[in-house]
Design a protein around this ligand. Structure first.
Ligand code: BTN
Length: 270
């Protein structure tokens, strides 16, 4: 089996096609959290489209206060800095946009078939390979920054997945071995460049025509239609059947009383 290639920003840069993702890539081997580094860079004037990448994180953060396990030398931890002029209400769309970008990149580089669990978990089969943590700061109803943090288990081996998440987490390499018989590690530089190129493309589309054009691509990976789910919204469990996603990216649920619930955020259980 080949060695895992190091992250190399020149390898990433030479693959970038877009105009929006500035060539400002900040790489550090070990950080607390790329989202925290990104926030510090914003206060020093980092530009829209700057990207922070790390080889490992000592305090990787997940959604809802969870820890994002971030070992060295095998995975992707990155944060995209956005300083847009649109309304804060539209910011939820960035998570949708990132999820589609990640799913597209996995299909392109790893030849796997990803699925999206609303709003932003990317799965292979039933197990999670990637998560997105979007953080925003506003001032006087204007967006100061949005930081889109993307974590992806790329080359983690089966035995290195923590016991407590073994049933729900996987990596691209584990799935590639199972599904494609591919045992060589996946090149993180190619994967990062692909995510950024996709993000770039979807961001342009978002600015010119809004989220609806991207939702079409989101639906390709969305495997929840018609399923009955339980969702925890502000400590309350709501059960219902998934009937769609609206033009702002909210999940549409038909609940027991034939009521249509619009869910903006929450933790889903099947
Ligand atoms: C989730 O809970 O699914 C979201 C996980 C997000 C993890 C990424 S890794 C890069 C960035 N930095 C962090 O501390 N978290 C995000």
């Amino acid at each position: 089996m080949d060695e895992i290639k190091s992250i190399d920003t020149s390898e990433i840069k030479k693959r970038l096609k877009g105009y929006f993702v500035e060539k400002d890539l900040y790489y550090q081997k070990k950080v607390d959290s790329t989202n925290t580094i990104a926030r510090n860079l914003v206060s020093k004037g980092a530009k829209n489209g700057s990207v922070v990448i790390a080889d490992c994180q000592e305090k990787g953060r997940g959604r809802n206060g969870k820890i994002w396990t971030s070992p060295c030398g095998c995975n992707i931890y990155m944060s995209i800095i956005l300083r847009p002029k649109f309304n804060p209400e539209a910011a939820q769309g960035m998570t949708i946009l990132a999820a589609v970008s990640v799913a597209d990149a996995i299909a392109e580089i790893a030849s796997l078939k990803p699925q999206i669990k609303w709003p932003n978990d990317v799965l292979i089969g039933t197990k999670k390979v990637s998560g997105i943590l979007t953080e925003m700061s506003t001032q006087n109803m204007n967006i100061e920054y949005i930081i889109v943090g993307i974590g992806m288990n790329v080359n983690t081996e089966e035995e290195d997945i923590n016991d407590n998440i073994r049933d729900i987490a996987t990596s691209l390499l584990i799935e590639s071995k199972k599904i494609n018989g591919q045992t060589d590690p996946i090149d993180r530089n190619k994967l990062i460049a692909s995510i950024l190129n996709k993000f770039d493309k979807y961001y342009e589309m978002f600015l010119s025509t809004g989220l609806s054009s991207i939702l079409h691509n989101y639906q390709k990976y969305f495997d929840m239609m018609g399923k009955t789910i339980r969702i925890n919204i502000k400590d309350k469990d709501v059960e219902g059947q998934v009937v769609g996603i609206d033009s702002k990216g909210a999940l549409l649920l038909k609940t027991g009383e034939n009521k249509l619930e619009k869910v903006i955020s929450g933790e889903i259980y099947f």
